[in-house]
Ligand binder design. Sequence first.
Ligand SMILES: Nc1ncnc2c1ncn2[C@@H]1O[C@H](COP(=O)(O)OP(=O)(O)OP(=O)(O)O)[C@@H](O)[C@H]1O
Ligand SMILES: [Mg+2]
Length: 600
Amino acid sequence: MFGTFNRIVQSSKIAFHLSYKSSKKLTILITLLTIINGLFPSTLVWIGKLIIDSILNSNMILSSWQDILHSDTAIYVYLEGIITILYFGSQKLYFLCTTLLRIKLGQEVNEKILSKAITLDLTQFENSETYDQMTQARSEASSKPLSMVNRFFTITQSSITIISFFGLLVKLSPLASLILIIAAIPTFIAETRFSNHSFRLFRWKAKETREQVYLETLMAREDNAKEILLFNLGKEFLNRYKLNFQKIYSEDKKLTMKKSVVSFFLGLISQLAFYGTYVWVISLALEKKITLGEMTMYLVIFRQGQSTFANALSAFGGIYEDHLYIENLMEFLNLPILQKFGKIKFQNRKSGIVFDSVSFQYPGSKTDSLTNVSFELGSGDKMAIVGENGSGKTTLIKLLTRLYTPTTGAIYLDGINLIDWEEESLRKRFGVIFQNFVQYQFKVGDNIGMGDVNQVQSEEQWIGAAKLGMAHDFINRLDLKYHTRLGKWFQDGRELSGGQWQKIALSRAFMRSEADILILDEPTSAIDAEAEMKVFEHFREHTLGKTVILISHRFSTVRMADKILVLEQGKKTEWGDHDSLLAKKGKYEKLFRLQQAGYQ
Ligand SMILES: Nc1ncnc2c1ncn2[C@@H]1O[C@H](COP(=O)(O)OP(=O)(O)OP(=O)(O)O)[C@@H](O)[C@H]1O
Ligand SMILES: [Mg+2]
């Protein structure tokens, strides 16, 4: 219990810190308003009592308006009026401030989450637990931290109100006041216990919730529409969506019902206690032990005290739930940075790439995707990788570019183990276009410019790169040329054909003029034969002295490489140039003949 309390205090601190960071002024203003608003109710009740008592105490019968307006009672009434208006204004201001704070705080938290996301390692992205954490953190970033801060203020405000009520009540009977508070405790316990439970359910349920979100995107996104239409999958997916919902709903329902029943019975205890005190106060007034003004005041205090209490209690319950969100958020933000890079920055000696008995197993996978692969590639050499689907070609590239680290063995670039390279200087060396390159829903120019983050906006560079990537001609035929937005996410977006997208990706690779190791993972599979020939001519001209690694299933391009690596089920089975591999009459020769026969 104490541990939990401590953790809640920690989370509150974090929430406050976030809120203060997102807006100092608003946080301070809200704090002040909370204190003021907490004092208003008891002040109003107190003046109410004074009004009634002053009416009862005045012996004169006032007949003219003049007299009424100048009576003692009237002064209290004016005061009550002024304070009521101030209270109203102060509440509205509080509401305005929290609305503004919500927007700022949401942005602050989202920025934190995204800043973390961009430092995550690929293995962390692929880890479903981490992904869950991130999805949850993101889905409520704009509501939960603010809600925690809000609830905290509600509790503070209610406490101030209750304490000041208490001050007024003590005269009546300290015992009665205590009973009222004790009666509220069972409700509080029920509230916190259940919110713990509901978050657990929420977490555990994340898999189903995620499936739900996935099905929604599947059905509602343009890119999937054609296949879903033609395969008539709409109804099938909708059914899955409904079934999944039923599962989630039945769990939610069970919990909500249980919660309602328990909180009804526990709430009943509090109600009875309130009612008992109520009866007692009226009997005191009948016995003339308290004035009518006092009686009214006590009754109002009971009523308002009860609802203030209820507010504070539900805020307490909620704070626990928010605290669990904040804990999840912090867990995510504190995820360790897995990929440790070294410090070595520059290296003049260009000795090329060495794979030394490299094996690799994807996290969570039981078999090796690469087994004991060794080879040496001189700087400036052109290498091609050949192999069936799933033979480990893309995996090899991911290891070489340090998206993953070998399970055993080591990879050296210019004589230095990749682990010891400093991150940025290593990344600069590579220009990679993956099979599933990103299709940015930005304008054409950006899509090409992203190849060199320092020159994203340089139109001159775009054009140069697009010419080499054979994209310049079709881009010029687009309405806004290099300023045409691509993709369908935005209204003015224009969709490209598969081959055209590949040409854009190739241009992006050409944009990366600083990189001296260029890697193309099947970049030309959708490009027509003539354009492909030209692209490779350009590639040869512009990659003099640069290392090129090319993955392709087309032997017309593979055969031009200095070194060809043949992979079979993650193992290196052949290595050499085109002629020597043909002479060997192994797998390469077989595949080559097969494709040749297809063209005859
Ligand atoms: N992220 C991943 N997590 C787990 N296993 C993976 C992952 N990516 C690939 N694999 C597995 O690793 C093996 C090698 O995959 P890889 O993508 O390297 O093949 P490839 O040679 O590039 O195939 P293709 O010609 O189809 O592109 C495959 O068995 C694949 O199932
Ligand atoms: Mg691949």
